[in-house]
Design a protein around this ligand. Sequence first.
Ligand code: G1P
Length: 271
Amino acid sequence: MIKQAIIPLAGLGTRLLPLTSVFAKELLPINGKPGIEYILDECIEAGIKEVIFIISKKKLMIKKYFYNDALYKNIIKRKKDPRIIKEYKKILKYKKMIKFVFQDKPLGTGDAVLKTKKFIKDKYFLMLLPDDLIIKKNCSKSMISIHKKFKSSVMASMKVNKNEVSRWGIYNVKKKIDKINFFIKSVVEKPTIKQAPSNNAVIGRYILPKTIFAKLINLKPSKGGEIHITDAIQSLINDNNKFVGHNFSGKYLDCGTMKGYINSTLEIVKI
Ligand code: G1P
């Protein structure tokens, strides 16, 4: 069973400036609810019991959001507003399942994952990248059932425009399993159009094995001077670990860019 999820949250959010100059992007509201709560709700519905947040000192605001009990208690004591009571209960529910670890230098997603090493208990865990919202269908839940079936790692996949491949991790497909799943031959981080083996992009949902930590420890920074999770995954594939790509059926919303962030509210309002 997959019971633990990790969420890297130490990113600076420069693509969303000026909104992120004093504010954590994951707390920005999408239709009246912080983006991170959509991610937490996806986890809860998928059966996750513990979520590890990887934050930095600059993102302490995220911890405060879940630890602002004194404020809620004071307000509730003065006036018993049912809406505030309900919201506080929800925050308490989230808080119970969240652990915080720190990544103080932005050395990449691979480095962020490494910070969770001593907390991961089971053979596999889930990772969600908070910039990537997937609505209408719970992608994590579908990936967990694929993991159960194939006893393998699983990564979310989506076809992107051929001229946008350099924004993503890109898969080389080994073998189709069915209409929506395939075995992964290789994966490359942000290739040029020429280098890209396909236009199947990695989207921010991963079921990874605990053995990835041993790979991450030995990994050197690559593209952009960062330690990429994609490189550790490739190293596991080289050792014959099975990775399944899952073309999810929900709707993808890219909340990490200004255009995508604005659009996410418009899309969520429709459902
Ligand atoms: C990260 C991953 C990339 C993946 C993307 C999905 O990139 O490194 O492989 O395709 O997330 O959102 P980032 O968005 O951090 O640049």
